[in-house]
Design a protein around this ligand. Structure first.
Ligand code: CTP
Ligand code: CA
Length: 222
């Protein structure tokens, strides 16, 4: 019902999002992942749909239902997320990268389950870097309006602003991980060319609607 009364700030716009963690396989039963419930990205997907957008959500493994009206593409690894985003991005006006992408993956996936061998020294895992999905999209010849997230454990403003500059994106959303992790509430700060805009602690869906309003404002400017 609430959705019915939301202003249609993104009417006619197409919004692509990433959300959740990625999972990088080590062997058939083990892997490396990040902690991410997916709740913030799913809330933004829902808010964007309520605001009239056509929404594509590229989601890592989470245990959340797909928001009504949203087209979800499920992926597991960062490489799959990367490929899916590149397939989809051209048809979109906005890209919001909320996913907690693993920065590294094992160089090789071992085909059979690795056995414990107590006599031998513990195995080590060689890692290679994953592509920076947001950074690459922002560097496309005619990129969509790009929005990033910076979840930090310290120095939030400094790290968020430096990511905004290095990835060359107009808007980054900062949050301290101790404020929002896995819960239904969060505290955010939006950083754009006009400076820092703190959004006080609120349910993730309320924050998502405020973010959507900011994105709509930026879209008017471009
Ligand atoms: N991101 C991405 N692809 C990656 C890594 C990050 O698209 N391989 C996106 C995230 O979805 C987020 C933003 O980039 O929107 C910032 O992610 P973050 O992990 O905070 O930044 P990094 O540049 O990876 O820096 P670090 O992990 O060292 O803080
Ligand atoms: Ca990272």
């Amino acid at each position: 019902l609430v959705a019915y009364f939301q202003p249609k700030l993104l009417a006619g716009k197409r919004v692509l999002l990433t959300a959740g963690p990625t999972f990088e396989a080590i062997d058939p039963v083990r892997g490396i992942t990040n902690l991410s419930s997916g709740k913030m990205g799913y809330a933004i997907s829902r808010a964007a749909y309520e605001a009239g957008a056509q929404v594509t959500l590229v989601s890592g493994p989470v245990s959340l239902p797909c928001p009504v009206g949203v087209r979800r593409i499920a992926v597991t690894s960062a490489l799959q997320m990367h490929a899916t985003v590149h397939q989809q991005v051209a048809a979109h006006d906005v890209f919001i990268a909320v996913a907690a992408v693993a920065d590294y993956r094992p160089a090789q996936v071992v085909e059979q389950k690795i056995k414990k061998r107590l006599q031998a020294s513990p195995p080590s895992i060689e890692l290679v870097a994953n592509p920076d999905i947001l950074g690459e999209v922002a560097a496309l010849p005619s990129p969509p309006l790009c929005v990033g997230f910076a979840a930090e454990s310290e120095n939030l403003s400094e790290y968020a602003e430096s990511k905004r500059r290095s990835k060359k994106i107009p808007l980054i959303v900062g949050n301290l991980i101790q404020d929002g992790f896995s819960g239904d509430c969060n505290t955010l700060i939006l950083f754009d060319d006009d400076g820092a805009h703190p959004l006080p602690p609120a349910p993730k869906i309320d924050l998502a609607r405020q973010l959507v309003a900011r994105v709509a404002l930026l879209l008017e400017k471009v």
